[in-house]
Design a binder for this molecule. Sequence first.
Ligand SMILES: NC(=O)c1ccc[n+]([C@@H]2O[C@H](COP(=O)([O-])OP(=O)(O)OC[C@H]3O[C@@H](n4cnc5c(N)ncnc54)[C@H](O)[C@@H]3O)[C@@H](O)[C@H]2O)c1
Ligand SMILES: N[C@@H](CCO)C(=O)O
Ligand code: NA
Length: 437
Amino acid sequence: MKPINVGLLGIGTVGGGTYTVLTRNQEEITRRAGRPIRIVKVADRNLALAKEVTKGEVEVTDDAFAVVTDPNVDIVVELIGGYTVAKELVLKAIENGKHVVTANKALLAVHGNEIFAAAQKKGVIVAFEAAVAGGIPIIKALREGLTANRIEWIAGIINGTTNFILTEMREKGLDFADVLKEAQRLGYAEADPTFDVEGIDAAHKLTIMSAIGFGIPMQFDKAYTEGITKLTGDDIRYAEELGYRVKLLGITRKTEKGVELRVHPTLIPEKRLIANVNGAMNAVLVMGDAVGPTMYYGAGAGAEPTASSVVADLVDVTRMHTADPHHRVPHLAFQPDQLSDLPILPMEDVRTSYYLRLRAQDKPGVLADITRILADQEISIDAMLQKEPDEGEDQADIIILTHITVERNINQAIAKIEALPTINGKVIRIRMESLSR
Ligand SMILES: NC(=O)c1ccc[n+]([C@@H]2O[C@H](COP(=O)([O-])OP(=O)(O)OC[C@H]3O[C@@H](n4cnc5c(N)ncnc54)[C@H](O)[C@@H]3O)[C@@H](O)[C@H]2O)c1
Ligand SMILES: N[C@@H](CCO)C(=O)O
Ligand code: NA
């Protein structure tokens, strides 16, 4: 059996894991793919690292362009990351008739429409299972396993770094900065960790899932993105007192008016399975009209878990490589000429429920003012918690959980509450999802 030849770009965390897994499981992988999958060339600008990992077994270079133009290479695996050089390399590989496997969600969320169009035109495959939720085969599930369904919504913990940080902060009371350093040491974090902690990485992944789930183009620029950097230990504790966990969730939902596309810290009832997904683990809930709720759980980051998806894509591409391009599974689940122009909903039109925390002076009438403002905005209260003022203080925290309302109304209510003379500082707002409907 003639091997299929792979050129590997980047042999860092995921590239190294890919090299190891492919080498270690060569025999099983060949039995599944139908022919050997062989890495023939590795490019990394850190040539010493490339030599160390490959131990002289394959040709190494520091010039990635020498790989994407090499006539001997059938599939290019892009694991260097970023939007600029990676984009040039992927487009060059496609132009040269090579299939591409990538873990680069940033690249796909921002330039995916262009990349998939180029691949379609050239008749090559771009596979990206590792780009979303690392080792979890969520792309496969959405694109193939659930094709009978109208997908209603997708909600997931899709960033390992932030879930690791939130878990360590909650369980061990550790400091944000220290936990982030540990996530970086473990190879979970992006090259620029602001992508993780500000929710940008999760928004990249959510953009990809939304496109596949609903048959719409990638629209990362329209995603609402809020990270975990402003979350306080107080809010995490109060949420727990009320029976909730705080998770950074990516949520995309199809409504009649448009598609919600949002990443933000979210209160989830603690009894939900997904509320108990801890550490760098990821989980994605998908609601289909026929199947109902389904959940996918596993390692969302790290060398070998992510390599598991990269290698699965290599097997897929090897199996499909000789098929007529019209008979392959479409890149984004829907046929490319069947995309819908359903708009992304502005955040103000999103409907959800809210956790509000405010610091109020301990005076009569304060609560009445707040409840009147909420009622004027047609927001009804689900639960309320009033903390006793600390010793010697005349201010106390009030926590309010609302029923579902539209974000525009809550924004107006918050502005009015903040304007009350009895309220100090900003109202803290965290969105809540029951994940049951
Ligand atoms: N680390 C994870 O858990 C994980 C999980 C899923 C997806 N990803 C994605 O996988 C990709 C790689 O991430 P990583 O964590 O392995 O990064 P990394 O920094 O560990 O590895 C990247 C490698 O690429 C090399 N490189 C960078 N620019 C290059 C260039 N122009 N030419 C040649 N080599 C170059 C670097 O020297 C490095 O060895 C990124 O797109 C990332 O978002 C990472
Ligand atoms: N930085 C990402 C890597 C996996 O995509 C995370 O923490 O989830
Ligand atoms: Na995946």
